[in-house]
Structure formats: structure tokens, C-alpha cells
Ligand binder design. Structure first.
Ligand code: DAH
Length: 350
């Protein structure tokens, strides 16, 4: 092997051993740099004759080109290797399952409220919503519960700021104020008919929502739900209440095997008044009377506060506890579970 072939060979080896682009640049300097081996050889040409220069120059040039080719090949190899390593490091496993967005669902009490609205909706009842901060007038006075009435002490009321000493604001203790609010709105929207001495369309409404009392144990929560019902017309009787409510309970619990009992009771806004108890004839709750609602024929004073003549309009109202209905339907024994927000409990209803 001549001297130049040996030089090209040692350059190839030097480049081959360079493990990084920086090493490679150092190796390049040894052969192709300003004071590198090829430059030295070129300098040696100066002392040669013209013909010798031509011949010698040509072979040195060949050697130089061979070294440059080896350098470029190694550069490319190192760049390829780096890209390979990067691709491996950043590899995506497209067969991995995706991250799932957790599926939400309705709260069990919301499911019950939807059910209640659906069932009463099918019987022609509207659904009304009203404020949770209520005035003393709508919550008590208009419902035939004057200031000094003992019935006010039946409710442990949260009072809130605003209003006056005589007419304080409070968190509604029941959904019954919606009877007045909705009826007054209904009456106002049929004012022309009433003024003409004609009969207005019946009021048929339910009003579900949150209610508040100072109370907390396994069956009471300071925030709980109620659903009010009201049906007022020229000729609505207690019999209608029985039919409607029996139908509701049997549909809600999906059981014809269920009996109702209307037990005499007292509420200031109804006369007569009744607690409604239900009894399953089969299943885990069979044989026990379970209280599900208060009800009664709307008191004449309340009908008057709705803006109607109690000699012409009559009807019934009821108020039930959707939380309790949910407990009965699903066999839950502690009301607080509904409001603790524990996803392990809540996800069971999806
Ligand atoms: N508001 C009553 C309560 O919270 C429940 C109730 C009883 C509502 C009789 C009514 C009714 O509409 O007629 O205890």
C-alpha cells in the first residue's frame, strides 16, 4: 500500500472511531485542517518540477476526495443514528388505550325529580321554579300562618339578611310558597277572563326544589328537597287528590301492589288536611306504613291570597319529600349519603 492509500485508510478509521459529531470534527482537522496531513502534502509540491507537480497533485487530490467522501459518509451515519435514537426515545405506542374522560351522571335525587316531573307532566301538571330566599309573607303569612301562629314553631327557620324586622327574609322551609307565587301569576295572566266573570283555566302545577331547615340527623339534612303540588279549579275535590296521588305512587314505584292511606292531620294552609302514607304489599318494605307527603284541601284564606274567590275556586295541594322517595326506591337508609358527595356512593345510580 502506498503512502496516500495508507493516509486515506487511517482517515477512514479515525472517522469511524468518532462517536459524536464533535469527535468527527476533531478527526477531520487532523486530515483536512489548515495544518492537517493533506495540507502538509500540498505544501510539499512546491519543491517539485511542473510535471511532477501535476502527477503528484492529482494523486493527492484523489486522496483528499476519498477522505472527504469518508467524512461525509460518517457525518450522515452519525446524523442517522441520532435521529434513530430520538425516534426511539419519543416513540408513541399507538396501541395504548386512550385516557377516558370520566362519564358523569345525574344525582339520584335529580333522577327522582325528573321522574316526578315526568309522571305529573303526563297528568297535565306544569313545573314551576321559585326562589330559595323567600319572604316571610310567601313562606308563612300568605299560607294562613299569621305571626303568632303556633305552626310557625313547627319549622326551624334559617333567617337571612335583608327584609325588615316585620317582614324578614328567610330560606324557604318548604315549597308551599310556590302555591301562592304560581297561583298569583296564573290569576294575573287570566285577569281579563276573571274580570269578565268567566272561569279561568285550572291551575295544575308542581314545584320541586331545595328547602332548608335547622335540622341534621340520619333522616334530616339542613338542605333537603320538596315537591309541591297544586290543583285549583271550579270543581276539584279530595277524590281527585286521591286518584292523582295514588296513580303517581304506583307509577313512581312501578308497583300496582301498593296501597295508600290518608291520615287526618293539620296544616295551616289546608282544611281538611291529611298525611299520605303508602304501604308495599311485597318486597323488602312490605307491611310498613311509610309517610310520603302532606296534603289537603286548600284553605279558603289561601285561595283568597291567590287572588281568587273561595266560593268559586277550590282545590287540593300536597307536599312530598323527593329525598325520602329516593331512599325508599333505592333502599338507602341514611339521607346524608346523598349530600356527602362521595363518588363511590353516587356512581351506583348510573
Ligand atoms: N309544606 C308542608 C311541610 O313542609 C307539607 C305540605 C302539607 C304541603 C300539606 C302541602 C300540603 O301542600 O297541602 O311540612
Amino acid at each position: 500500500m502506498n503512502e496516500l492509500d495508507a493516509l486515506v485508510d487511517s482517515a477512514r478509521q479515525g472517522f469511524e472511531q468518532a462517536a459524536t459529531p464533535a469527535d468527527l470534527e476533531n478527526a477531520k482537522a487532523v486530515f483536512l485542517g489548515k495544518s492537517g496531513r493533506i495540507t502538509e502534502l500540498m505544501k510539499g509540491l512546491a519543491s517539485l518540477s511542473i510535471d511532477e507537480k501535476k502527477a503528484r497533485g492529482a494523486v493527492i487530490n484523489q486522496a483528499k476526495q476519498a477522505i472527504e467522501a469518508a467524512l461525509n459518509a460518517r457525518r450522515q451515519a452519525l446524523a442517522d443514528a441520532e435521529l434513530d435514537a430520538q425516534l426511539k426515545a419519543e416513540a408513541l405506542d399507538v396501541s395504548l388505550p386512550g385516557r377516558q374522560a370520566g362519564q358523569g351522571g345525574l344525582h339520584p335525587v335529580s333522577l327522582t325529580l325528573e321522574r316526578i316531573e315526568g309522571i305529573f307532566g303526563s297528568m297535565g301538571f306544569d313545573v314551576a321554579q321559585g326562589p330559595e330566599i323567600e319572604s316571610d309573607w310567601f313562606n308563612f303569612t300568605a299560607l294562613n300562618t299569621p305571626e303568632d301562629h303556633p305552626a310557625r314553631s313547627m319549622h326551624d327557620t334559617f333567617y337571612v339578611e335583608g327584609g325588615s324586622a316585620k317582614a324578614p327574609n328567610l330560606l324557604r322551609t318548604h315549597t308551599s310558597p310556590m302555591q301562592i307565587r304560581h297561583a298569583v301569576q296564573h290569576v294575573n295572566s287570566h285577569r281579563a277572563l276573571l274580570d269578565a266573570g268567566e272561569t279561568m283555566p285550572e291551575i295544575r302545577v308542581i314545584a320541586p326544589g331545595r328547602t332548608y331547615r335547622v335540622d341534621s340527623d340520619a333522616t334530616h339534612s339542613p338542605m333537603f328537597h320538596q315537591c309541591e303540588g297544586l290543583w285549583i279549579g271550579a270543581n276539584v275535590s279530595f277524590k281527585d287528590l286521591k286518584v292523582v296521588f295514588t296513580d303517581f305512587c304506583r307509577t313512581f314505584f312501578e308497583s300496582d301492589d301498593l296501597v295508600l292511606r290518608f291520615r287526618p292531620s293539620f296544616f295551616p294552609f289546608t282544611e281538611p288536611s291529611a298525611e299520605i302514607d303508602i304501604q308495599f304489599q311485597s318486597g323488602p318494605l312490605a307491611g310498613r306504613w311509610l309517610e310520603v307527603a302532606g296534603s289537603g284541601q286548600v284553605h279558603p284564606n289561601v285561595v283568597r291570597n291567590m287572588g281568587l274567590d273561595p266560593e268559586k275556586y277550590i282545590g287540593f295541594a300536597f307536599g312530598m319529600g323527593p329525598d325520602r322517595l329516593t331512599m325508599l326506591r333505592y333502599g338507602v337508609n341514611d339521607l346524608r349519603l346523598f349530600f356527602d358527595g362521595d363518588i363511590r356512593f353516587l356512581s351506583q345510580f348510573q
